[in-house]
Design a protein around this ligand. Structure first.
Ligand code: SF4
Length: 303
């Protein structure tokens, strides 16, 4: 039996990805969070999911057996598991009758997995958590949630949050945007555990770079203020139905151009009740999107 689509609901929590969506383009946020428009799977994003699954599973093996060869050998099996859980991913290679594109894609995933061994040594790591779902509610009622790739805890109790990226490290001028997600997670961990993580670590498998940042309490307080301002802007847009498109070069990757006024489209009928924009009070600390390339917001206050 086909299940009926869930009725549209106002957003009730914020994750780093969705915060990034709103900062990139408010209309994109609406399409993803409120309209829940379907999106086509992409080879790059699916390869990222596959590589993450392999790196997570490798830690099931005893430390001495966590070799590059073993990790690469996990790729085909994890791809099968991914296909089982999301059969729609088979569309990616539907027209690849000879299987050459799939073979190249799997080789690229193996290459990314193997590159990890030049950046970290999993035989010397015992993660406290892998693929950890975290969620907390701020005093304002805003719920923050996300999934952390890896959490390491030193014998001294110091916490390191690690995130794997299958792309390349951003140029230095966009590094702050890349760290936004990590500071978001650090804020959630701080709120949950009462401890500011000692280190945030981004591992870029695409370029072979590791970027670290040691946050202090003030960093996380600033991120919290920024998220509250962002949430005010999202709530205002939700209530008024005013979701402005913000075209950038990232529109080339947007699945929703057919519904976007910037590309001659018309958005679907707004599925929530609205009140007129002019009767809405000013949003506190309303945010404007910052450079889309960094997916990093930051007009209210720098992170
Ligand atoms: S095409 Fe560009 S402007 Fe339009 S919704 Fe997508 S990201 Fe926003």
């Amino acid at each position: 039996m086909t299940s009926l689509p869930r009725p549209a609901q106002p957003p009730s929590s914020l994750s780093p990805s969705r915060a990034g969506d709103f900062m990139q383009c408010p209309l994109l946020y609406r399409f993803r969070v409120i309209d829940r428009l379907p999106e086509k799977p992409s080879e790059a994003a699916t390869r990222g999911t596959l590589v993450h699954a392999v790196l997570e599973r490798l830690f099931d093996a005893p430390a001495a057996e966590r070799t590059a060869g073993r990790a690469a050998s996990l790729v085909p099996g994890q791809w099968d598991r991914l296909l089982e859980s999301k059969p729609e991913l088979s569309e990616l290679f539907a027209e690849d009758a000879g299987g050459e594109r799939l073979a190249r894609w799997l080789s690229e995933a193996e290459r990314l997995v193997e590159r990890w061994f030049s950046l970290e040594d999993p035989t010397r790591l015992e993660p406290a958590e892998r693929e950890l779902f975290v969620e907390t509610e701020l005093e304002s009622g805003l719920r923050l949630r996300g999934v952390i790739d890896r959490v390491d805890v030193a014998p001294t109790g110091e916490v390191r949050i690690v995130d794997y990226k299958t792309g390349k490290a951003p140029r230095p001028e966009y590094a702050e945007g890349a760290l936004f997600q990590m500071k978001f997670y650090a804020l959630v961990v701080w709120r949950l555990k009462g401890v500011v993580p000692r280190r945030l670590q981004l591992v870029y498998l695409g370029s072979g770079d590791v970027v670290t940042y040691d946050p202090v309490r003030g960093d996380l307080e600033r991120v919290e203020r920024k998220l509250l301002a962002l949430w005010d802007a999202i709530r205002l847009a939700t209530e008024t139905g005013e979701w402005r498109p913000r075209p950038t070069k990232l529109c080339g990757w947007c699945d929703h151009q057919a519904f976007c006024p910037e590309f001659g489209g018309t958005p679907p009928v707004y599925p929530l009740s609205v009140r007129p924009a002019e009767s809405a009070p000013d949003a506190r600390g309303r945010m404007e999107p910052a450079r889309a390339e960094s997916a990093g917001p930051v007009t209210v206050e720098g992170i």
